[in-house]
Write a protein that binds this ligand. Structure first.
Ligand code: NAP
Length: 370
């Protein structure tokens, strides 16, 4: 496979994860004109404790948009570049699994959390769809950011799968068991997001040390809209967003990795008969298709409940199950919405590279790539 944005914060996580992957081998890397033509080991400012895998350090960095041989392409590009480049690769017959926001809301593009909405993968390849019209696997998004993508349906094996926003992945993993068991009606979430979520160079130390920054551009809107698409129903070849009201407030805090979410939720069913144990059980018993299929990157339990009164915490729990599990705890009644809890997840692993690799594994398991 190939990796776009290979030198960035998320790109480096991909390189680390793919070094020992049983199914995928990283053969091509691409980044900006600044890095193009250099050996990966020279171009990258490596941030991770594990050394750069030698087989990747010697790869020559390509420009994003250049001809690539790999059928599968992971993208960790920033959205301004991903907008056009990802569509172009899909048109050339590549399957692109992207972390960028560019195509997440396109009607023909799945916004995938493999444990939560694996059936949405049917949007990629019309021949795998159980019913309805084929449509266009990379049609233009409702936002209209991508133009010209809807003109010709793709029947060449190409397509785009998107990995949601990092906070949204953690939120939907925590909400999906509740939505299945009791129906979620309203959600209010306050996020405390780590600095690695801002990419490189990100926020300056002078701004974030000893501080909380109560604004992350575009983040609240992404959480509000993406959550409804992920928990929505695929019917007649399109996703009907879940009828859930979501209110998000996002902050940046001086934590290196791992986002913390303080969530209040109103449930449709259960009323006064609902006990905290019912909710905890819905989390601990939650399993999805990745677990049933035994996919290589699937955590044993996607949602882990921590009973401690001051758990979960990002430093202690972000790496749970190779950074792929969502940790929840502090479940208690909420005087306004009914229930409240805290969730923690790793933003560059489950929330980015690890989540995208799991999406690709599911695509392979479902026959989208041989
Ligand atoms: P980053 O550290 O800023 O990395 C950006 C990457 O894009 C670098 O490899 C950079 O290459 C490349 N790039 C920049 N301009 C380019 C151009 N004109 N042409 C080709 N390549 C170009 O960002 P990041 O945090 O890794 O995020 C990457 C994507 O993942 C973004 O869309 C982001 O929103 C999304 N995401 C990030 C996180 C997170 O926690 N960080 C979580 C979920 C999703 P050079 O090194 O050569 O400049």
């Amino acid at each position: 496979m190939a990796l776009l944005g290979a030198t960035g914060v998320v790109g480096q996580r991909f390189v680390e994860l793919l070094a020992d992957h049983p199914w995928f081998a990283l053969k091509e890397v691409a980044a900006s004109p600044r890095s193009r033509g250099r050996a990966y080991g020279d171009a990258v400012e490596w941030l991770l404790p594990r050394p750069i895998p030698p087989q990747v350090a010697s790869l020559q960095v390509r420009g994003a948009g250049e001809e690539l041989a790999s059928p599968l392409i992971f993208s960790a590009l920033e959205a301004t570049v991903a907008d056009q480049v990802e569509v172009e690769y899909a048109r050339r017959g590549h399957l692109v699994v992207s972390n960028a926001r560019s195509h997440r809301l396109s009607p023909g593009v799945p916004l995938l959390v493999p444990e939560v909405n694996p059936d949405h993968l049917d949007l990629v390849n019309p021949t795998l769809r159980r019913g309805g019209d084929a449509g266009d696997p990379v049609s233009a998004p409702a936002s209209g950011r991508v133009t010209g993508a809807a003109e010709a349906p793709l029947h060449n094996g190409g397509g785009i799968i998107t990995n949601p926003n990092c906070s949204t992945i953690i939120l939907t993993l925590a909400l999906a068991p509740l939505h299945r068991a009791f129906g979620v009606e309203k959600v209010s979430v306050v996020t405390l997001q780590s600095i690695s979520g801002a990419g490189r160079p990100g926020v300056s130390a002078l701004d974030v040390q000893d501080n909380v920054i109560p604004h992350i551009a575009g983040e609240e809107e992404k959480i509000q809209v993406e959550t409804r698409k992920i928990l929505g129903l695929l019917t007649g070849g399109e996703v009907r967003p879940a009828p859930i009201s979501v209110s998000a407030q996002c902050t940046r805090v001086p934590v290196l990795d791992g986002h913390t979410l303080c969530v209040s939720v109103a449930l449709n069913e259960g009323g006064e008969d609902l006990h905290a144990d019912h909710i905890r059980r819905s989390w601990t018993s939650f399993r999805g298709e990745p677990q049933r299929l035994g996919l290589p990157s699937a955590p044993a339990s996607p949602v882990v409940h921590h009973p401690g009164p001051d758990y979960p915490q990002p430093r202690l729990h972000r790496d749970r199950d190779r950074g792929m599990a969502c940790s929840v705890g502090r479940l208690r009644p909420c005087p306004i919405l009914g229930w409240r809890f805290v969730a923690v997840g790793h933003n560059t692993l489950r929330g980015a590279a690890g989540g995208a690799v799991l999406c690709a594994e599911l695509a392979v398991a479902r026959g989208l790539l041989s």
